[in-house]
Structures are given as structure tokens and as C-alpha cells.
Design a protein around this ligand. Structure first.
Ligand code: SF4
Ligand code: SF4
Length: 525
């Protein structure tokens, strides 16, 4: 049966028409083979124009669409739902990210932008003709548990938000600390393994001495920073120095520190083991101001290389200075040191005055925190990637700031990278409400764009089994590789690495990719 394509051109408010000739794009689409409908709309993402687009899709009985708009995450949910109602399979819709791939990078080159947009439209039409409908499988979630790893500020906030959305929360906390949070809190517990897939995970956890299994529909990694792993010459020289969060915690329990209190940005001012983290300054300002207000006679110093409080928190410098907190700036050449012969004094060269100061201290505090060492084992168990700096890697800072690459697994707070308490709490809330909303649906889906092995070509070499980061391939009864659809994330690694070229990724087949590439490059290869 001949394809019937609808082309939708989004003007993206005013950005696209300011640079591109959208009438020419529409004309190009109208003249193309198999295009039966061309619609120009103001903004696909606001949904206002979708009724008209879908009305025509139904009327012309289109079976596929090419949509020129912006990123999939901005337009996809509403657009895909509307096309589903119009009877168009979600895998038959080809999205072209005109805004981010054409308009934004070529603002000053309208001719190149137009040529690129036209080339992308032609290539999308070529690919569209080759697309095949695909179906996702759905199944019920076995539980409404949201399991949160870590009971710090972000973990507690995540539990509150997930519980508010109707989920049952279980917090795994490595230490024995007590806290107020909804659901179940398991002290002295750790994640040691995970099986299953989005919406239906089975976790292996250690609680005290016992190893147990725990069902989870969604998981939130809220491990916090590596508070206990302080390294560097200052941490070595002053054994009873404390991280900033500890000072904060003590003050919350009315245990005011012995003065003078000196807060240094990092225990390793040379930056060999830990870089200075600018996030820490908001918390430093808040904590020293509170300390000075509660104990006005306690001397307080803030010793830093750079200070960049966030937004209006800059105003806190003035407040701190007005109540007598002293700020000392240093550079690496004059970095703070503790002489073993005078272990209660910090020597630092004041960058502004050029003078070496010797500051006696009763309590030495470090503002920066290393990443949590547990992150690696947790990432390994959950099959999610790590970031280079030792945190858990998120999907996308713009479109999924608390999501990981695996749907249903979220990350927040200092598990991503060390950050202020306030920000950690906000991220915890966000991750908790996303996990709670996801669990509320009660159903999960998988499949669609997944890999499949052509059994006759498979030589059972195990390369895909060993390579897949999600453990989806296995050697089946016929002694050939098979793919567990529910585990496959469609990353395509196995497709590229299989020496027998036995694996195909549905929706990204060789023919589809090569057809699109040929059209884009105008090549005959
Ligand atoms: S890599 Fe290819 S040949 Fe080797 S087991 Fe997997 S599918 Fe078979
Ligand atoms: S496409 Fe990726 S996730 Fe799926 S089986 Fe291959 S390597 Fe694993």
C-alpha cells in the first residue's frame, strides 16, 4: 500500500519564520511524492493547533507524519497522543528538530539554514517512507513502592513528594541515623543488586546482616556527597575538622561549635584530590550567619579562593560582614596550611593584603565535599552510567535534570554532584513527584525500538551478551543469541559490535539510516 504522509511545519512562535522561508518548505513538502497533507502551525507544543492537524490527518487517512518542530521531549507527548487518536502509530512519526539543529546554530546564516532545513525535510521524507509500525508491550506494575537510596535532605524530600503523589516509599539508609519521613525507613541497609525493568524492578538489599528482596516500581538515587571521605593536607593535619553539613547538623541540635570557627573552601587547597566547589558558598554563608547570630561572641572566618553565591544570596556577604564575619581570600601560592608544631592555627596568605595571617581556630570546617564512593556500586547494580566527576549521570540537564538514562530511575541532590542543601531538597522534591506520578499510572511499557537477532546469522560468539550494558541479550535454547525485549533500551551498541551483523535495531535499521544519510549527503554510496 502506498504511504500517505502528512508534513507539519511548526513556526515555533516566531523563531523559525524569522530565519527560514517556511512557505518554501511547505511547497517542497507539497511537491514531494506520497505527501497528502501539509500543515503549518504556530506552536506544536501548546496543542492549540493539533485539532486541525489531526482532523486533516483523519480526513486524508494519513498513515505517517514528518513533523518539523523542536526537540522530541518538548513536543512528543501531546503530539504522539494526538496522532494515536488519529490512528497513526507513534513509530510512524518522524520528528525533525528544526529549532535546535537549524535555527539556533545558524542564526547568522539564513541561506545555509534554509538549505539545511530543506535537506533535512527531504531526508525525513525518505526515512518516513521506510518506517514500519511498532507496538509497545504494557504490563501492570507489581507494586507501588518508590525505593529511595539515601535518607539525607534530598532523600527525605523525595520521600515526602512521592508519598504525596500516592506512592508507598521505602528509604534505604546506610547509617543508623533516624529521621522523619513517610513510609518505611530501613536503617543500616544498602542496595546490592537489581533485576527487572522499568516499573517492575526486584532489588536485592542488605539490611543489617540479612539479604532480602524488595520490589520497586521506581527508584531514586539520593546518596548525597562523600561526607566521610575528606581527603587532602588540611584534613590530614586536623583530624577533628568537620564538613559543613556536620556543623549544620550539630547546630540544629543546639551543639554550638568551639570558637573561633574557620570555614575553608576545601581540605585540599591545591586541588589534587578535590576541586573547590562553588556550590558550597551559599551554605557557608547561611551557616556562619546563623552561628554568629546565635553566638555573637564566637569569631568566625571564611577562607576561600573564590566566592560565587547564587543569585540574591550575594546579599548575604554584606549581612555577614556587618555582623563581624571575616572573609579572607587566598590563591594557590598562599594556600592555607596547618603547621604540625602549631596544630590549632591556620596560616594563610591574605591575597588582598599580601600578608600571611595566622588564625587560631577551635573548629575547622570544610565547605566542599567529594562525591559519594557508594555511587559506583549503585550505578553498577542499576545499570546506569556515572559522570566523570564521580556522581551519577543524569539524562539531560535541560530536559531530564533528575532522570537517568533508564526510565523509572531518578537521581537527585549531591548524588549528581555536591550541591547546597536547598538545591538538594528541591531536586529531591522533583524526583519524588516524578517517581510518584509515574508509579500512580500503575502500568509500564517497553519494547518498540529494540534490538532483534537474526538467528541464522548468529554464531553464538557472546559478544553482544558481554557488551550490552543492560544485560538484555542471552543465549537461548537454540544456542543462539536472543534479546529480552523488556530490558533492551534500544541503544544500538550490540548492533554495531556483532561480528556476524546478526542484530538489527527496529526503527533504526541499516536501510532506514542509510537512506536518510544518502539523502542528507546527496551521495550515491
Ligand atoms: S554478537 Fe552477534 S554473533 Fe555474537 S552472539 Fe551476539 S548476535 Fe550472535
Ligand atoms: S540495543 Fe542496547 S540495550 Fe538493546 S540489546 Fe543491544 S546493547 Fe542491549
Amino acid at each position: 500500500m502506498k504511504a500517505k504522509i502528512q508534513v507539519v511545519i511548526c513556526r515555533c512562535c516566531s523563531e523559525v519564520p524569522a530565519l527560514l522561508n517556511t512557505d518554501r518548505l511547505a511547497m517542497l513538502a507539497t511537491d514531494a511524492d506520497m505527501v497528502v497533507s501539509v500543515k503549518s502551525v504556530d506552536a506544536v507544543c501548546d496543542g492549540k493547533d493539533l485539532a486541525g492537524v489531526m482532523g486533516e490527518a483523519k480526513e486524508k487517512e494519513v498513515d505517517r507524519a514528518v513533523v518539523l518542530a523542536c526537540h522530541k521531549r518538548d513536543v512528543a507527548p501531546a503530539l504522539l497522543r494526538a496522532y494515536k487518536r488519529a490512528g497513526v502509530n507513534e513509530f510512524m512519526i518522524k520528528l525533525v528538530n528544526l529549532r535546535e539543529e537549524v535555527v539556533l546554530p545558524h542564526q547568522a546564516q539564513p541561506e545555509r539554514a534554509q538549505a539545511k532545513a530543506e535537506a533535512m525535510l527531504r531526508a525525513a521524507l525518505v526515512r518516513s517512507v521506510m518506517l514500519q509500525p511498532r507496538e509497545r508491550q504494557t504490563e501492570e506494575m507489581r507494586t507501588n513502592n518508590v525505593v529511595i537510596i539515601g535518607a539525607g535532605v534530598s532523600g527525605q524530600a523525595a520521600a515526602r513528594a512521592a508519598a504525596k503523589a500516592g506512592a508507598h516509599t521505602v528509604i534505604l539508609e546506610k547509617t543508623g541515623k533516624t529521621m522523619k519521613a513517610p513510609g518505611v525507613i530501613l536503617p543500616h541497609s544498602q542496595l546490592i543488586g537489581a533485576k527487572g525493568w522499568t516499573g517492575n524492578y526486584t532489588l536485592t538489599i542488605r539490611v543489617g546482616e540479612k539479604v532480602e528482596e524488595l520490589e520497586a516500581a521506581a527508584i531514586i538515587v539520593a546518596t548525597g556527597g562523600g561526607w566521610t571521605e575528606l581527603k587532602g593536607p588540611l584534613a590530614k593535619a586536623v583530624k577533628d575538622a568537620v564538613p559543613l553539613y556536620k556543623l549544620h547538623e550539630r547546630m540544629e541540635n543546639n551543639d554550638l561549635p568551639k570558637g573561633p570557627v574557620v570555614v575553608v573552601d576545601t581540605p585540599d587547597p591545591a586541588g589534587k584530590t578535590l576541586k573547590v566547589q562553588d556550590y558550597a558558598w551559599d551554605d557557608t554563608l547561611e551557616t556562619v550567619i546563623e552561628l554568629k547570630k546565635r553566638a555573637p561572641s564566637t569569631e568566625a572566618y571564611v577562607v576561600f579562593q573564590e566566592m560565587r553565591a547564587f543569585g540574591l544570596n550575594e546579599l548575604a556577604y554584606k549581612e555577614a560582614a556587618d555582623i563581624g564575619i571575616r572573609f579572607i581570600r587566598y590563591d594557590k601560592a598562599g594556600a592555607p596550611k596547618v603547621d604540625p608544631k602549631a596544630p590549632a592555627k591556620l596560616a594563610v596568605k591574605d591575597f588582598a593584603q599580601g600578608e600571611v595571617l595566622s588564625i587560631p581556630f577551635g573548629t575547622l570546617v570544610f565547605a566542599s565535599i567529594p562525591p559519594n564512593k557508594d555511587n559506583e556500586g549503585i550505578a553498577d547494580a542499576l545499570r546506569i552510567p556515572m559522570a566523570f566527576d564521580g556522581g551519577i549521570r543524569r539524562g539531560s540537564i535541560q530536559r531530564g535534570p533528575v532522570e537517568t538514562v533508564r526510565p523509572g530511575i531518578y537521581v537527585c541532590g549531591s548524588a549528581l554532584f555536591p550541591k547546597s542543601r536547598e538545591l538538594a531538597e528541591r531536586e529531591g522534591e522533583m524526583a519524588g513527584s516524578m517517581a510518584g506520578e509515574f508509579v500512580k499510572t500503575g502500568r509500564t511499557s517497553y519494547g518498540g525500538s529494540v534490538a532483534e537477532v537474526e538467528q541464522e546469522k548468529c554464531s553464538a560468539c557472546l559478544t553482544c551478551v558481554r557488551t550490552c550494558p543492560y544485560e538484555a541479550p542471552f543465549i537461548g535454547r537454540a544456542s543462539k543469541a536472543e534479546i529480552r525485549t523488556e530490558l533492551c533500551q534500544g541503544c544500538g551498541i550490540c548492533v554495531g559490535i556483532c561480528p556476524s551483523k546478526a542484530i538489527e535495531l527496529h526503527h533504526y535499521t541499516d536501510d532506514q539510516i542509510m537512506g536518510e544519510a544518502r539523502s542528507l549527503l546527496g551521495g550515491d554510496f
